[in-house]
Ligand binder design. Structure first.
Ligand SMILES: C[S@@+](CC[C@H](N)C(=O)[O-])C[C@H]1O[C@@H](n2cnc3c(N)ncnc32)[C@H](O)[C@@H]1O
Ligand SMILES: [Zn+2]
Length: 275
């Protein structure tokens, strides 16, 4: 039985042939690539459709070159260490780079688990569904997760929007949440090459309501980015991309190659619950 629920009435969805159907006969067909669209138009905020094809393509190409592999390795280790149950939800899974790595790691360790992914971008979910055939993938928002209460043993949230209320709802009591965020020095040298007065990333306090922090790991290393294409792809993955003026864009386009820091925080939380 899937953990997905009907976005219309909230009842459990059952997968039959290529459709998810609820007891009230609301039905959602799987697309050819294997995902299901559980996003209702009323759950889509103004112009919030997630990443577009260009951003997804850029991220896919950059990640596939392995630049963030040390983070992926640390994430997979944390998943295997803390998994205690079967269901894992990647909330804001993008095109499934980390989802696929988690599935592969679980397979290598003979850990039986069901992996689910949601993202609000249809283009991203199309990729992730093709990439992670073993997982169940849905177009959906993290602000209205079409997943039953307390049905996830683990939730991962990697550089994606955070919705504490929904994450606490879908996690079982004492469920685990793993989060990755950029740390202070992330892409520092790249920012120095572009901006006159670059700023370090602000790292917010780690405390999150309803969660207890179990583990915190900083992952810092130098990335040698050898082509302009990779630099452009990396930059388009950042929040600065749409806020950069023409002069800075020009500086960016002339970099050619650069060594810059990757700097992340990997945070493992446990849901607080009252017995
Ligand atoms: C920076 S990307 C990270 C993707 C993936 N976790 C990764 O690290 O490769 C952020 C993702 O969040 C998705 N997103 C944005 N708003 C969302 C929402 N309300 N619900 C679900 N996903 C959302 C975007 O479409 C995008 O794929
Ligand atoms: Zn229904």
């Amino acid at each position: 039985m899937s953990i997905f629920i009907c976005p219309v009435c909230g009842e459990k969805l059952e997968l039959s042939d290529n459709s998810y159907i609820c007891p009230k006969r609301h039905s959602f067909d799987k697309a050819k690539s294997g995902y299901v669209n559980l996003l209702l138009s009323k759950h889509v905020g103004k112009a919030v459709h997630g990443d577009n094809r260009f951003m997804i393509q850029a991220r896919r190409s950059f990640l596939n070159k392995g630049y963030y592999e040390p983070l992926s390795t640390a994430l997979c280790e944390a998943v295997c260490t803390h998994i205690n149950g079967r269901s894992i939800l990647d909330a804001g899974c993008g095109e499934g780079y980390y989802t696929a790595a988690i599935i592969e790691q679980l397979r290598q360790h003979n850990i039986a688990a069901e992996v689910y992914g949601i993202d609000i971008s249809k283009a991203a979910v199309e990729y992730s569904a093709k990439r992670c055939k073993e997982a169940e993938m849905a177009v959906a928002s993290v602000f209205h997760i079409p997943v039953a209460d307390k049905s996830c043993d683990m939730l991962v949230t990697l550089f994606a929007p955070y919705c504490g209320e929904e994450f606490l709802r879908v996690l079982r009591d004492d469920g685990i949440m793993i989060m990755a965020i950029p740390s202070a020095d992330h892409l520092w040298e790249l920012k120095q090459a572009i901006y006159d007065t670059p700023y370090k990333n602000e790292v917010k306090p780690y405390e999150l309501e309803g969660f207890e922090l179990l583990e915190q790991k900083r992952i810092t290393y130098d990335m040698h980015i050898e082509t302009q294409e990779d630099i452009d792809a990396l930059f388009s993955m950042t929040p600065y991309y749409y806020r950069t003026g023409r002069e800075q864009q020009e500086r960016l386009s002339r970099i050619g190659c650069i060594t810059t820091k990757a700097d992340f925080e990997l945070l493992v939380y446990r849901k607080f619950w009252l017995e």
